[in-house]
Design a protein around this ligand. Sequence first.
Ligand code: RUQ
Ligand code: CUA
Ligand code: CA
Length: 643
Amino acid sequence: MSDKKLDTPNETVGLGRRRFINTAALAGLTVGVAACNDKPAAAPAAAPAAPAPAPAPTAHAGANVHLKPGELDTYYGLWSGGHTGDMRVLGLPSGRELLRIPCFVPDALVGWGITNESKAVMGTKPDGHLRYTVGDTHHTHASYKDGNYDGRYAWINDKINSRIARIRLDYFVCDKITTLPNVQGFHGIFPDKRDPVDPAINYTTRVFCGGEFGIPLPNTGTEDHTKYRSLFSCVDAETMEVRWQVLIDGNCDLVATSFDGKLAATNQYNTEMGAHYEDMMSAERDACLFFNIARIEEAVKAGKFKTIGSSKVPVVDGTIEANKDPKTALTAYVSVPKNPHGVNASPDQKYFICAGKLSPTVTVIELAKVLDWFDGKSEKLDDAIVAEVEVGLGPLHTAFDGRGNAFTTLFLDSQVVKWNIDKAIAFHKGDKNAKYVVDRLDVHYQPGHINASQSETIAADGKYLAVGCKFSKDRFLPVGPLHAENEQLIDISGEKMVLLADHPVRGEPHDFIIFKRDLVKPKQVYDLDHHPLAIKDPKESGVFRSGKKVTVKLTSQAPAFSMREFKVKKGDEVTLILTNLDKIEDLTHGFAIPNYNVNFIVNPQETASVTFVADQPGVFWCYCTHFCHALHLEMRTRMIVEA
Ligand code: RUQ
Ligand code: CUA
Ligand code: CA
């Protein structure tokens, strides 16, 4: 690389890639781009060429995000990690990353994918090796009670292998992973907020999963794509078993659920069911597809379903053809402009908002009117559309402040637009004086996801807004060809948005949620009984042989393991069980065996195990990898493998 290039590395490269993306996306725009009357006259494809100008003068300077040493954040954020396959826990407003929770992909810090316990969660092949070592998380949402988070669980998707993982929010660990049958490209995810029928169940019992790619069902490998279909799945929040699936037309993208438990919806960008992108953009309108949960479950109970291939999960018919009569329909396809993206539930419980992506609009759908259609009280389903207004180029996802305003990311404009829902409805009704756009803020750059503190709960508090910018371009020091992404924090407590902070993040986060810190009650010491194999007393330690199978029982208490050395024989299949008997939070030990590809941690009172074949004779110093004590370096034991 020449010196000249080094002088302005990110300028050229950043612009090029951003411009490429803009151009590619604009090629798909056929809807009145130029007619967007209340946006600034800037050319849509022109990215800011220099570092962005300071934010516009505002009524207030914005909250302070720089906490002094020792000060704690007031919010937790759960971030999906993207194709690192993990979930990340942030403190806000500081934006400090506190933890990464491995789910779908092995993790060397904790030994995820190394211990028998984590392998059992992740899933193995018959030979004991992990079935998958890649994942792509997009969407994360947490369990609800009475319309607010209850701190029990969060769920996260793996788009690549159609898996859903559950995170326990007491220990911040993944405890279950379920694979959705007959689904490829599982994308959107949302828990329900109460039961559609039983008022006593005012909390999450189902999680809905949108299947994105259509495939032959069963997947025979046929080339005729007109036969491909997607499924929308319902997973039991407790057992994590798949309860039922719905056969649909089009591809699911993201998912939203109503506060009354009656409706779930997914936006669809490929109602054309094309196999190539040109075909996927050919129709002027796609759909926001609604599911009538109570009716679907009645149909399942009544046996009106089929099963696909070797899966036993009941599949009901939610295709357009089979659901024309509102009185019996399980699904309803509300039309929205072509290739919409995010669908989000407003905290006033009344609306779902679909963002236009290829259309510069947002569509506001009134849930009561969708229910009216199902009840036969409304002739035209599309009467549920109470607003469809232009907001700017490339609308993707929407968040809320609980004061009637929505915030939508504009991917192509590199902006967040704040707009008022009631005024948008008034404008749509014909009041051309209704100024629904309240404010615009440049973000850096190309935002995808957005969320506000407590946004999709009845406790939306309108304090902070985070925006996941896909490109940071010139905001951070260059580090080779790949830039960090930029998670920006915005104060939304006033009329105008105030940009507070940039946060570099390792690629590639997608969706996230932000909630008050007192909604979770983290536990910091495990319960010994949590693991059936816990070694509760160091005296139970030892080497126990049954033929060629050997169990090594070991405990840890800083700064020593319960055995100074242990012996096995070459060729033994060794299962080593380690219980950490230390009782103090954060007194975690590690256990590494050189040359055996073993390293994992045990938290206080936690038990974990590993199984390996002792195929190399010799002395192996097993040592504690996690700093625990002044004698941490001395904390080791000898594994002697006799030839
Ligand atoms: S989708 S941009 Cu999964 Cu919006 Cu991430
Ligand atoms: Cu035990 Cu370090
Ligand atoms: Ca389309």
